[in-house]
Design a protein. Structure first.
Lengths: 694, 107
């Protein structure tokens, strides 16, 4: 085994070397790329050393799936944090705060509160009852083959959604940062992650996650220290300068549009610390909150982490540590986000990546001394490497979860009827890991350029609508049985997926074509409108579905002045070029230094506008070509039927309801007979799977 | 698997186990319901009580920011309260039951 790891290590270095040659473009300047690759190389070397060490003690099934149950509570807490703080939360939330202020911070809260559910109702019972997978918990008092099949399918579904989002996000991220081709990034991430999982199993995966979490927290602490220090670590003093910052005020004015005209700069800045710049639909947010708070506890890769500790007490300790690390990290992102908004500027952040994902890395570069400095680029390289480690670690955890469902639940549990030799089980686990890893790489490459951001929310929604009701009710409700679990899991997950398929997350060609035409052909003038009274919605269902005869609620609107017509892209470009043609020759005749600087700034601005307009025009033309002749989404809809982006509000109660109904209308003798044993064991830990001796 | 012939029903109906079960159920549900209500007050407040959230209380810091920060403090407090209670009380009660089972006095 160790020989294989050595070969792998050499292959990884070769891959790294070859990618360095292809890299061009990206946030890191070419002359400093060697530094990025050095930092990447060091981190890869550390994780490979971990894998090498872990592989020596990964022989049995318990060692492969559960690290021999030898992970301590504190270690597991760091590993959970490493598993959970994906690129979406590391880069995404800081980015949201940098662009939208308060709403981005508010968004982060649900991700922490989710762990209260994990702590109070899931972690300890799962440790006491479970063996390697969620399927083991469900199979305890229900029909093992049926529940394991459904549990495995659900685990694989959830993991695949989450994996796809991570792979695509990771590929784009690495391309944006250092310019490595998307496909090579995806393959590189996939091969590294496979090395950890296949050779080192859960032990290597755990330690890679711990390493990554420590690096992530360290990097964030350094950045926050540098951002906050000039203000003597005073919170009001710091936020005062955020509010007073011109870039921040400009961003708020841009977001508010017409409404900003009557506001003072101080009011605009203060608005950045107030809700409502990004999250407009409270019902959608409650729906997302429900999916987070209940979905985290049903995430297979998080559940699996509780099988790695020796006792229920250690499981408890691990959640407490995880909550401290995860919560502390989100508080730090408040400073990372606002710091990036103030020091880098929302404009610049959005110009590198529209979603704001580059806020953290750009802040690091600025704090180190800027784009041309050695230290600035070293800091950027470090943060980029942490981001890379983040993706690899999260993906490794997901692949292990999906592979254990495939090998332990489906192959060993269902196909072999639990009669497989220990050796066969370990081989099956490794083969399944390779299969899942290959799927992850393939899906990652196929999904290039797709909008996958909603897949993370969908993964949480499916986990909350399918896994959590089943696990929760089998642990806490005597009457719960096989029929209820099968019904609830199947209907819960299909409802969540089905609603997203008809939701605004999908692409609707008509809308895309209409907005592309607006860009290309311009818009006609909008006549002045008189003040409008508020409109009451016709019923609550109308907030959720596009039903016939629905009237949507609208707040009262003040009278608006006439809006002039907007030019099409071609005319706008012609105008801008003409302006440039008059500005540039005039520059030569200006002798006054200040006047010259103003004129130069004007020219730079016009040039920037030209570039932006050309980009918008190219995108619009591209969209028109892509959707030519199409009128409906892949579900055959012209516009969304379900109006929320998050299905949890409907699919989660439905999942619970069907587990309950299915259990009430059928009788299952085994489920009732096993109740006493399950309940006593989950509360006392008698007969729980013990740690394997080393 | 030290003791495969455990009479689970007997343990379940034993007063010691019933006491543990009652205490745990009451405590866990209380914390769970409180934490969910407190969490959803944030999006609801941000959407429907904007004037309150915008009220400045400490320099530029407004009620909304303090409330969002309090969510973190409350989550950590719940975790702390639960772990103290579990470490001090639930674990000891469970250990007593395990000892009784192992000594054969509860079968």
């Amino acid at each position: 085994m160790s020989k294989n790891v050595t070969y792998f290590f050499m292959a990884a270095i070769a891959l790294l070397g070859s990618t360095a040659a292809y890299a061009a473009g990206g946030a890191v300047a070419d002359e400093f790329k060697w530094m990025t690759f050095t930092v990447f190389g060091v981190i890869i070397a550390i994780t490979m050393a971990i894998t090498f060490w872990a592989a020596r003690s990964t022989h049995t099934t318990s060692e492969f799936y559960a690290a021999g149950r030898s992970v301590s509570g504190i270690q597991n807490g760091w590993a959970i944090a490493g598993d959970y703080l994906s690129a979406a939360s590391f880069l995404g939330i800081a980015g949201l705060i940098s662009l939208y202020g308060y709403d981005g911070f508010m968004y982060s809260v649900g991700w922490l509160v989710a762990y209260i559910t994990v702590l109070l109702v899931i972690a300890e019972p799962c440790r006491n009852i479970g063996k390697y997978t969620m399927g083991d918990i469900l199979a305890f008092r229900n029909d093992p083959k049926k529940t394991k099949t459904v549990a495995a399918l659900s685990t694989i579904t959830v993991s695949t959604f989450y994996l796809t989002a991570q792979m695509v996000g990771g590929g784009v991220l690495i391309k944006t940062l250092i310019g490595i081709d998307y496909e090579i990034s995806v393959i590189g991430v996939g091969i590294l992650m496979l090395a950890y999982v296949v050779f080192g199993g859960m032990k290597a995966t755990t330690w890679v996650q711990i390493t990554k979490a420590v690096l992530l927290v360290a990097a964030s602490l350094i950045l926050v220290f540098l951002v906050w220090m000039p203000y003597g670590f005073s919170l009001p003093g710091y936020l005062q300068s955020v509010v007073g910052d011109a870039d921040v005020q400009k961003q708020v004015a841009k977001l508010l549009g017409d409404k900003a005209a009557t506001m003072t700069p101080e009011e605009l800045g203060q608005r950045f610390l107030e809700p409502g710049l990004f999250l407009k639909n409270p019902i959608d947010q409650i729906s997302l909150g429900l999916a987070l708070v209940l979905g985290t506890a049903g995430m297979p890769h998080i559940l699996m982490r509780f099988f790695t500790v020796p006792t229920a007490q250690a499981a408890r300790t691990s959640v407490i540590w995880a909550m401290g690390i995860i919560g502390g990290f989100y508080v730090l992102t408040l400073f990372l986000g606002t710091g990036a908004a103030m020091l880098v500027g929302p404009d610049k952040i959005a110009s590198v990546d529209a979603g704001g994902n580059m806020a953290g890395p750009l802040l690091a570069q600025f704090l180190g001394g800027g784009a041309d400095s050695m230290m600035g680029n070293f800091m950027l390289a470090f943060v980029a490497a942490v981001a890379f480690a983040t993706i690899v670690a999260v993906v490794a955890g997901l692949v292990l979860a999906a592979a254990s469902a495939m090998a332990h639940d489906i192959y060993v549990g269902v196909i072999r009827g639990d009669h497989a030799t220990p050796k066969e089980q370990v081989v099956a686990a490794r083969v399944a890991s390779v299969i899942v890893g290959m799927i992850a790489i393939t899906v990652g490459i196929l999904a290039k350029g797709q909008n996958v951001a909603h897949l993370v929310a969908l993964a949480f929604a499916v986990a909350a609508s399918s896994n959590l009701p089943a696990v929760f009710l089998t642990l806490y409700w005597k009457k719960c049985n096989t029929t209820g679990i099968l019904l609830g899991m199947v209907v819960g997950s299909l409802t969540a997926i089905g609603l997203v398929m008809v939701s605004p997350n999908m692409t609707y060609p008509k809308a895309v074509i209409a907005s592309a035409n607006k860009v290309l052909n311009g818009e006609s003038a909008v006549p002045a409108k008189e003040a409008q009274p508020a409109v009451e919605r016709s019923s609550f269902m109308c907030e959720l579905f596009a039903l016939d005869g629905c009237v949507l609620a609208k707040p009262a609107q003040a009278a608006t002045a006439e809006k002039p017509a907007k030019l099409g892209a071609a005319e706008k470009l012609a105008g801008l070029n003409a302006k440039l043609a008059t500005l540039e020759p005039a520059l030569v005749s200006i002798s006054d230094a200040t006047a010259k600087a103003t004129a130069e700034a004007d020219i730079a601005k016009v040039k920037k506008d030209i570039a932006a307009t050309e980009k918008a025009k190219a995108k619009a033309e591209d969209d028109l070509k892509k959707f030519e002749g199409q009128t409906t989404s892949i579900m055959g809809l012209e516009k969304p039927f379900f109006l929320l982006k998050n299905p949890g509000l409907i699919s989660i109660p439905l999942g619970f309801l069907l587990v309950i109904l299915g259990s009430l209308f059928t009788r299952d003798k085994r489920a009732e007979e096993m109740w006493d044993e399950l309940y006593v064991r989950q509360n006392t830990g008698i007969n729980a799977e013990a740690a394997s001796a080393h | 698997m030290s003791n495969p012939n455990i009479n689970w029903a007997a343990i379940d109906s034993n007063p010691k186990f019933q006491a543990l079960h009652r205490k745990k159920t009451f405590f866990l549900w209380g914390l769970m319901v409180f934490s969910i209500i407190y969490y959803f007050m944030l999006p609801i407040g941000a959407a429907y009580y904007q004037e309150l959230f915008k009220t400045k209380v400490w320099g530029v810091i407004n009620v909304g920011i303090l409330f969002a920060l309090s969510e973190f403090v409350v989550a950590w407090t719940i975790a702390f309260v639960y772990s103290r209670k579990a470490n001090a009380e639930f674990d000891a009660m469970a250990q007593e039951i395990i000892n009784d089972v192992n000594s054969g006095s509860m079968k």
